[in-house]
Design a protein around this ligand. Structure first.
Ligand code: SF4
Length: 111
């Protein structure tokens, strides 16, 4: 069976299919970004690593390697965009950490 569709129709159909695929991919990406909850300081793993959402609140007596200039935003394990308020972390999979946060797994990002 040969339908002999007009070329314009075939092109429009191809464009529609491509746009549909791109829209679906964008929706999925946005949904997965929103699905990541912020890491709680009381999360068991966060507690174990001394995570604080505000690096200035870190107990320096308990974590002497902590320095004032250290925060998630300049940690090599931070997965958020530069300048973002929060982002993923390689240590805390599926959670967002504050870019102003800190934990004892901090590893300075090379510049
Ligand atoms: Fe922040 Fe780095 Fe600790 Fe992740 S590993 S919580 S980015 S300091």
């Amino acid at each position: 069976m040969n339908f002999n569709l007009p070329t314009a129709f075939k092109t429009n159909r191809r464009v529609f299919m491509l746009q549909s695929a791109l829209t679906t991919a964008a929706v999925v990406a946005a949904a997965s970004a929103q699905a990541q909850a912020m890491l709680s300081e009381t999360d068991a793993q966060a507690t174990g690593l001394g995570y604080r959402a505000d690096s200035t609140k870190v107990d320096n007596a308990k974590f002497p390697k902590h320095a004032a200039e250290q925060h998630c935003g300049n940690c090599a394990l931070f997965q958020g965009a530069a300048g973002a308020a929060s982002g993923g972390c390689a240590i805390f999979a599926g959670k967002q950490v504050s870019s102003k946060g800190w934990c004892s797994a901090y590893n300075k990002k090379s510049s």
